[in-house]
Write a protein that binds this ligand. Structure first.
Ligand code: ATP
Ligand code: MG
Length: 203
């Protein structure tokens, strides 16, 4: 056998073994359930990743919903894009902007409670299969919503409903309750170099 043929054969054997291990691992995983997903951390990509999941779910023909807890009436690309999906998407921008913009705590709390009530209503809608709660972590961080109540309600959701929570500084109790938690780390951000929020990338 030539060196090349021997090398190809070794590679084939190694990959066959790896496949057997991987197939066995995959076969062990049999649970099917709606996931509680948390995208947190200081890096960019928390909302973007949630929107990516919405797109994937839409591609499966599912109905999806999003409640934005902090963002106010900004004109974002995702809002325009999502309109193309018509009634397959239920979109609710209920924030008043960042807390340092509103400078009115009572108003922020009222907006968060209103958004949470909408989230609860969407969780009760059996036609929705994926619900994004954008920046819910911020509302929890400032104690604008009751953490124990929010976590209990999320845990009591229908077993097949996927929920994605975004925002920095996810509370430990939410992380504990979640199935999947991803921490976006900031390695570098153009903002630090004086580059402003870019259309199509940030909004
Ligand atoms: P995106 O919506 O782009 O996925 P995000 O959801 O991870 O961002 P947020 O905390 O919601 O982040 O902040 C939204 C805005 O802040 C975005 O315009 C984003 O580019 C910007 N941003 C995110 N991370 C950083 C960072 N490390 N430094 C400066 N700006 C950031
Ligand atoms: Mg975000």
């Amino acid at each position: 056998m030539s060196d090349e043929a021997a090398d190809a054969e070794r590679h084939r054997e190694k990959m066959a073994k790896r496949k057997a291990v991987q197939d066995a691992e995959v076969a062990e995983k049999t649970v099917e359930k709606g996931l509680l997903i948390v995208n947190t951390g200081p890096g960019k990509g928390k909302t973007t990743a949630a929107l990516g999941l919405m797109l994937r779910a839409l591609g499966r023909g599912w109905r999806v919903a999003c409640v934005q807890f902090i963002k106010g009436g900004w004109d974002t690309g995702e809002r325009h894009a999502i309109q193309a999906f018509g009634t397959q998407v239920s979109w609710h921008t209920l924030g008043e902007g960042f807390t340092w913009e509103t400078q009115d705590k009572a108003r922020d709390i009222a907006a968060c409670r209103h958004a949470w009530a909408r989230a609860e209503a969407l969780m009760a809608d059996p036609t929705i299969r994926l619900l994004v709660l954008d920046e819910l972590n911020i509302a929890l961080r400032y104690d604008y919503l009751d953490l124990a109540e929010v976590v209990a309600t999320l845990q009591a959701r229908r077993p097949d409903l996927h929920v994605v929570v975004t925002g920095r500084n996810a509370k430990p109790a939410l992380i504990e309750a979640a199935d999947l938690v991803t921490e976006m780390g900031s390695v570098k951000h153009h903002f630090a170099a004086g580059v402003k929020a870019q259309e199509g990338i940030e909004f």
